[in-house]
Write a new protein. Structure first.
Length: 123
């Protein structure tokens, strides 16, 4: 079982703005921040997703956040695009993963593939 994950970003302030906006529709908020060094997101009291400043090139990652329903996936996607994310797959059924898999994908400012996914049947 995973406890937390940290990804590297080139501009922590820019990424905090992006993730503050994108994770809000999923009920995830910024719980910790240390200036321009790092920030932690989660559901009180536990931060499980962290961003930290990194210099130089890095490999992008794919991160999937659970959504309770399909409307949350839609709101995540809209918030991500409004916050400067780039479309990497609009909300929809991903039957090749699971018949009820409803997800959306965006690229964050550093090119990380960020997904919101709901595996429940239609609302």
């Amino acid at each position: 079982m995973l406890d937390h994950i940290t990804i590297g970003v080139t501009d922590v302030e820019r990424s905090k703005g992006f993730y503050d906006t994108v994770l809000h529709p999923l009920g995830i908020e910024r719980l910790y921040a240390e200036g321009e060094t790092f920030a932690g997101y989660g559901i009180k009291p536990k931060a499980f997703f962290w961003i930290g400043h990194r210099n130089g090139p890095q490999t992008s990652v794919h991160i999937a956040f659970s959504a309770q329903n399909r409307a949350m996936v839609d709101r995540f996607y809209e918030a991500a695009l409004a916050a400067g994310g780039r479309d990497n797959g609009p909300p929809g059924i991903r039957a090749h993963y699971h018949p009820d898999c409803y997800g959306a994908f965006v690229l964050d400012p550093d090119g990380h593939n960020v997904e919101a996914v709901c595996r429940a049947a239609a609302d």
